[in-house]
Design a protein around this ligand. Structure first.
Ligand SMILES: [Zn+2]
Length: 411
């Protein structure tokens, strides 16, 4: 009996893994690989214990003998997509969902190539937000690779979208839940999340914001300016205080004026900061997506989805935290304003190749390495390199997702 118990506790994962033709140490081959900083032809990826140990080309040396090989034929391997702005999907709203629903979202995301994401809050009553942050911290701590029972995208850190947003550029965030930033409130949010706040979107022009920006940056949080009506000088002050990114460029921002450029003048012209964009062709026109890509360049453009619970679901009425959202023909609105998206990251990547002259590798970089770089995680995520988590996506040459691997296991 003891033996049987030992077997069921210790060998089940071996059995599951074998049934997926993947074991603890494994080799993956394909036709091409995007690191994504460079391209490797006929790549061999050696994975052990959920991490990449080595990558080389078959032109350099042979596939190690005696190790099982999963060959993806003429496909492309890329790092798993990393979405730093996600509110939900597959009917799951991250402000409301109990932990038990997260695997459904995680599995849905892997079908679209995503292996890591930042659960993103919306403005809500502070007490409710603290409770959400505690739950999301539980999800992040429970999602360590070895704990995962099935193959699913993992929450890697929390993005606070609010409550420190501009009333004028709040989008659908309810005005009654917007709060003037103070370091004590920021600290309370931080404590509730047990230090898992990895990103914050903040409007730099509201009183108290610059102080909170400096404090958040000191704690290694990626401070992102957005939902803002800021003038150019204030946006620059925010960057000087430690802000290093911008949230859904053009959306919920003071519009660009060629003589009064405002926050967009800073976001588009400052080569020291990264910025993200919702490339669904609805939030920003395809032509302006191209303008964005050209101004931020291949090193600093980041793709996000801003996806909400309706993603992957039929048209209808859905929740975005405390907000009721109507979804029709791919457009999410609440009281006439755009409210999140139903975009998936694989589609965002393909859209970039359609809307601009960027190659698939360039577009993949904006969904992998660049977001990981913006939030300081490129040692482990967004990159195919020795030491990184074995999270990758198998694509065809059109950018369709054929398979997704998380911690060396296939979804
Ligand atoms: Zn959002």
């Amino acid at each position: 009996m003891a033996d049987r118990q030992w077997l069921s506790e210790n060998c089940r994962s071996d059995y599951d893994i074998v049934s997926r033709r993947i074991i603890m140490k494994n080799v993956f081959t394909a036709h091409r690989l995007f690191t994504p900083l460079e391209e490797i032809a006929e790549p061999v990826v050696v994975v052990a214990d959920g991490r990449i140990v080595e990558i080389f080309s078959r032109a350099q040396k042979d596939v190690p003998s005696g190790t099982p090989v999963v060959d993806f034929g003429d496909a492309i391997l890329s790092p798993g997509f990393f979405d730093i702005h996600l509110h939900g999907g597959a009917g799951v709203d991250l402000m409301r969902a109990p932990l038990s629903e997260l695997p459904r979202l995680g599995h849905f995301l892997t079908q679209h190539g995503v292996t890591g994401y930042f659960p993103t809050t919306v403005a809500a009553p502070l007490d409710a937000t603290y409770a959400v942050l505690e739950r999301l911290a539980d999800a992040i701590e429970a999602a360590a690779p070895r704990n995962a029972e099935s193959v699913q995208a993992r929450p890697l850190g929390i993005h606070l979208e609010g409550p420190f947003l501009s009333h004028k550029r709040r989008g659908v965030h309810p005005p009654e839940y917007l709060v003037e930033p103070t370091v004590p409130i920021f600290d309370r949010l931080w404590q509730a999340a047990r230090g898992h706040v990895s990103m914050i979107t903040i409007a730099p022009e509201i009183p108290g914001a610059i102080e909170v920006i400096a404090e958040a940056a000191k704690r290694d949080v990626c401070v992102s300016i957005g939902h803002s009506d800021s003038q150019l000088a204030t946006a620059r002050d925010a960057v000087a205080a430690g802000a290093r990114h911008a949230t859904h460029t053009f959306n919920a921002m003071r519009p660009l004026d060629h003589r009064e450029p405002g926050i967009l003048g800073e976001v588009l012209s400052d080569d020291t900061i990264t910025a993200d964009l919702i490339a669904d062709g609805i939030h920003v026109s395809p032509e302006v997506v191209k303008v964005f890509l050209h101004s931020k360049g291949r090193e600093r453009a980041v793709l996000i989805t801003d996806a909400m619970s309706a993603t992957g679901m039929p048209d209808g009425r859905y929740q975005l935290g405390p907000i009721d959202v109507d979804v029709k023909d791919g457009k999410c609105t609440a009281n006439g304003s755009l409210a999140g998206s139903v975009l998936t990251m694989d589609r965002a990547v393909r859209n970039v190749t359609r809307f601009s002259d960027w190659s698939l590798r360039d577009a993949v970089r904006a969904a992998t390495f660049n977001p990981a770089s913006a939030v300081g995680l490129t040692k482990t995520h967004g990159v195919m390199a020795a030491g990184a988590s074995a999270d990758f996506t198998v694509l065809n040459s059109s950018g369709d997702v054929l398979k997704t691997i998380v911690a060396g296991r296939g979804a």
